[in-house]
Design a binder for this molecule. Structure first.
Ligand code: 5GP
Ligand code: MG
Length: 179
């Protein structure tokens, strides 16, 4: 398969669409089994997870809902640095099983912050589903319940993942060609 250029960088094929779909199917089957009767609310974290969330939800056959959020980053005024606030959640998640749907969990900073904010709203439980997981980079204690694929610490684009706002639209996942 041919390399692609995104903005000013060259990327090579890394995970084909077929492999992605197979991993998504396997993950959906686990969710169907383990969250049956829970009527979970899937919360897709935009922008990155939009394709994964759509493909995953097409394969989830139990009763469930879906909602979408964004995380707004602010330049911190104190030494805490980057603070990310949840925007757009209009559902009441009190006593509900929630499944966060992420494109990628890298260091885990984003997910830990998000889990803290959602926990403050009193859900029954929070599960985390991610398309990609970087085990060598992850530094947190929170369990990532549903990981479709584990990847090394390479920079990836495609299937929702961007490089500088570009490249989300590709059906395969690509990695940066080191020059
Ligand atoms: P964390 O907070 O877990 O360190 O990082 C999560 C965020 O970093 C992701 O939501 C994503 O925006 C970005 N990220 C981490 N690794 C990659 C990657 O390989 N490719 C792209 N495009 N974004 C990444
Ligand atoms: Mg993300």
């Amino acid at each position: 398969m041919e390399n692609i250029t995104v903005k000013d960088k060259e990327f090579e094929i890394y995970i084909t669409s077929e492999k992605i779909q197979e991993a998504v199917r396997t993950l959906a089957a686990r969710i169907n089994e383990e969250l049956k009767g829970e009527n979970p609310l899937f919360i897709s974290v935009l922008n990155g997870s939009f394709i994964f969330a759509a493909d995953l939800l097409k394969k989830v056959s139990i009763d469930c809902g879906i909602s979408f959020i964004k995380l707004a980053s602010y330049q911190g005024t104190s030494s805490t640095g980057d603070v990310r606030t949840l925007v757009g959640l209009d559902e009441d998640i009190k006593d509900r099983t929630v499944v966060i749907v992420e494109d990628i969990v890298d260091t885990g900073n984003t997910i830990v912050n998000l889990v803290d904010q959602l926990n403050a709203m009193g859900p029954k439980q929070i599960k985390i589903a991610t398309l990609l997981f970087k085990p060598d980079s992850y530094t947190k204690d929170i369990t990532i319940d549903y990981k479709a694929l584990e990847v090394p610490n390479d920079f990836l684009v495609g299937y929702g993942l961007d490089y500088d706002g570009l490249g989300r639209n590709h059906e395969h996942i690509y990695s940066l060609v080191s020059s």
